[in-house]
Ligand binder design. Structure first.
Ligand code: NDP
Length: 289
């Protein structure tokens, strides 16, 4: 049996089309075009590519985007001042600080994230938004796990009552993913590097999410036949070769559905960011009107 391939491109396109419609609704209702501000400190080439992709996606869905490129030597004070300025700017509905920050600013990463107004925190990293997710209140959710959930929903894969296993417990992927699945009534288990007999846990999963950062770590013997396997991992194993955390060739023989890498979850992340900017704008404008 060969698994259904969940194409990130197809679902990302649907998410962006939905976002574009909501942008039009906002424009006709409030005469406002939602705006995203991205702060990029330094000249890290990978970060520059990510920021360009976000800028391009904004143009596709009709959002306004501003990139603030600050020099590598930017001080903590200047960065915080820029965030304060954007927090106060009513034409900006979403703020994102591209991570990682240069070495000298790493120690204040948490402070930087927490300085962003939670209403504009489109990365969903602010503790207020994390708290809202855990308590089931409306808020902004980290883009990668939110994109995975949207993809499951768009693909018609039922979550309610299913056994879900998330391997990885990072604050940006594993934990929010587990909370999202729980919010949709899955029975959720979270695994990590201290989990004993991992394969016996992952084999229970109807929905298995791998967010580990280890190439081809999830092998076919760890997967229940027919399971939905979502591979969040992005691992560069050669200059031009990316693989996921799942042994795709072998696992796609037994899974019911699987996301490829590349071409899977990665594409959903940017699309979901667009959706978060729209959601942030809708919430801010409804509050102001
Ligand atoms: P982190 O390094 O923050 O977390 C990795 C998690 O995997 C940790 O919880 C760790 O456990 C767990 N882990 C490590 N080794 C094992 C093991 N042997 N057995 C079980 N669990 C293990 O990574 P992220 O969550 O940030 O990212 C995970 C992957 O997803 C990476 O490949 C990253 O590049 C990719 N990614 C992709 C995105 C996309 O857009 N597609 C976005 C973000 C990330 P412990 O907590 O015990 O250390």
């Amino acid at each position: 049996m060969s698994a259904r391939i969940l194409s990130g491109k197809e679902f990302a396109q649907q998410i962006k089309e939905d976002a574009a419609k909501r942008v039009e609704e906002i424009q006709s209702r409030y005469d406002v075009t939602p705006g995203l501000a991205v702060i990029l400190v330094g000249d890290d080439p990978a970060s520059q590519v990510y920021v360009r992709n976000k800028d391009k996606a904004c143009a596709q869905v009709g959002l306004r985007s501003e990139v603030l490129n600050l020099p590598t030597a930017t001080t903590r004070e200047t960065l915080l001042q820029e965030i304060d300025r954007l927090n106060a700017d009513e034409s900006i509905h979403g703020i994102l600080v591209q991570l990682p920050l240069p070495e000298h600013l790493r120690a204040c990463e948490k402070e930087v994230i927490q300085r962003i107004d939670p209403a504009k925190d489109v990365d969903g990293f602010h503790p207020v938004n994390v708290g809202r997710l855990v308590t089931g209140e409306p808020g902004l959710v980290s883009c990668t796990p939110a994109g995975c959930l949207r993809m499951l929903e768009l693909a018609g894969i039922s979550i309610d009552g299913k056994r879900a296993v998330v391997v990885g417990r990072s604050n940006i992927v594993g934990k929010p993913m587990a909370n999202l699945l729980l919010s949709r009534n899955a029975t959720v288990t979270v695994c990590h590097s201290h989990t004993q007999d991992l394969a016996s846990v992952t084999r229970e999963a109807d929905i298995l999410v791998a967010a580990i950062g280890r190439p081809r770590f999830i092998t076919a013997d760890m997967v229940k036949p027919g399971a939905t396997v979502i591979d969040v991992g992005i691992n560069r194993i050669a200059p031009k070769k990316l693989v996921g955390d799942v042994d795709y060739d072998a696992v796609s023989e037994i899974a019911g559905a699987i996301t490829p890498v590349p071409g899977g979850v990665g594409l959903l992340t940017v699309a979901t960011l667009m959706e978060n900017v729209v959601q942030a704008a809708e919430m801010q404008l409804a509050k102001r009107s």
